[in-house]
Structure formats: structure tokens, C-alpha cells
Design a protein around this ligand. Sequence first.
Ligand SMILES: Nc1nc2c(ncn2[C@@H]2O[C@H](COP(=O)(O)OP(=O)(O)OP(=O)(O)O)[C@@H](O)[C@H]2O)c(=O)[nH]1
Ligand SMILES: [Zn+2]
Length: 218
Amino acid sequence: MPKIQLVTQANLPTKFGLFRIVGFQFPDSKKEHVALIYGDISNSDEPVLARIHSECLTGDALHSLKCDCGFQLETALRQISQAGRGVLIYHREEGRGIGLINKIRAYALQDQGMDTIEANLALGFAADERNFSVCADMFDLLGVKKVRLLTNNPNKIDTMKKAGINVVERVPLNVGENRYNTEYLDTKAKKMGHFIVHNNEKHRLQCPHCQEEIPQSK
Ligand SMILES: Nc1nc2c(ncn2[C@@H]2O[C@H](COP(=O)(O)OP(=O)(O)OP(=O)(O)O)[C@@H](O)[C@H]2O)c(=O)[nH]1
Ligand SMILES: [Zn+2]
């Protein structure tokens, strides 16, 4: 299969500062991914604060509390802008690679008591269908060779290292825990080996920006 290509880029002002958005596409399938770049990342000797963020429409855009994705996305973008330079790859593998509609099917099974992994397996999928190697290709195309990777997922680190990206540090990203995603985080820790650190007040939800408590209706 031909490798992904860097096809276009532009400025992207955000509430976290001025980023460059870089568009990537596979020449055959036309599957698209993007990266957001902050600051000057041209010095490849200097490690770059980086995040591989998997698409989660419900968490990233629709404010779902069922997962931690939206909180991680915002925190990663803020930390990258505060660091003065960095890259966020927005890896368009919705629902750990099963797609949006199947993720909603999985949510329906979770409503009946299954955890995230049981639901994926019941639908005939692997626990995680994602392939992170395309992210290493995108780092390569951006000239990024050394990263401090914002993640709790050991698989992302392993895949980058095997693909020749030097992960000099894992930067933990434990944010957004609330009463609706505690089990989701537990399942990641127990069944997928993610490095999850629970906060002490599991059922409070704090705004990642101002730390004010977010009111909850239940
Ligand atoms: N199949 C499935 N995917 C989900 C579910 N909830 C969230 N996702 C997807 O899970 C992906 C995020 O994976 P996570 O396991 O939360 O985190 P990660 O990317 O592996 O690791 P971090 O780098 O630590 O965030 C996104 O693609 C979400 O759309 C679910 O219940 N079922
Ligand atoms: Zn999510």
C-alpha cells in the first residue's frame, strides 16, 4: 500500500494560539489525517512535545463525558502552545478504528452492562482496531524524529519506537475523570495496560481550563 502523503497546509488560529494545520492523504484510499503544529519544529535534534490523538467525535466535538478524549485534546493543545513548540496528530481512527456508527452500537451494548472491550468483541471487532504506524509516517514527513509523547497508551509508544521515532519521554495525560467515565478508564487500565492515574475525587468534574467544578444533573 502506498504511504501517506503530505498534501497541503495552512494557518489555523485556535483558542490556544496560532497553529499550522497540515493535511495528509493516502493516494489510493483518499483516507485523510491532519496534524496541528505549533511553533518552530525544524530543529529535529530537540525533542518535540507531541500527541497522537485518535478521533472521537462524541468526546472531541460533542462534549461527551463517557470518555476522556475531549479533555485530553484540549489539554494537549494547551500544553503544546505553552511549551512553545509541538505537534498534535489528529489520527482519524474513530472508535478505536471501528467507526462512528459501530461505536454507537458499542455504546448501546455498554448501556446494557458491557464494558468497552466486551462490546467491541460482541460486535465482531478486536478490542482495538487502530494502527498507529501511519502516525510515524506523518512524524517523518514533518521532520519530527524525537518526541516527548503525551499519552497513557503503551502501544503508541511501542509502535513509534519500532517505526524509528525516538520517544525520549512519556508525558502522562490524566484529565477529565468523572462519574461517567470512571469505568471506561478502569477498563483501559486493567484490560489494555494503559497508565491511568485516578484522581481522588472521582465523581467531581473540573473544567480543565479554570478548575471550576462543572455541575452535573445526575
Ligand atoms: N470502540 C470504542 N471506541 C471508543 C469508545 N470510547 C471511546 N472510543 C474511542 O477510543 C479512542 C481513544 O482511545 P483511548 O483508549 O481513550 O485512548 P488512547 O488514544 O488509546 O490513549 P491516550 O493516548 O492515553 O489517550 C477514540 O478513537 C475514541 O473514539 C468505546 O466505547 N468503544
Ligand atoms: Zn472519546
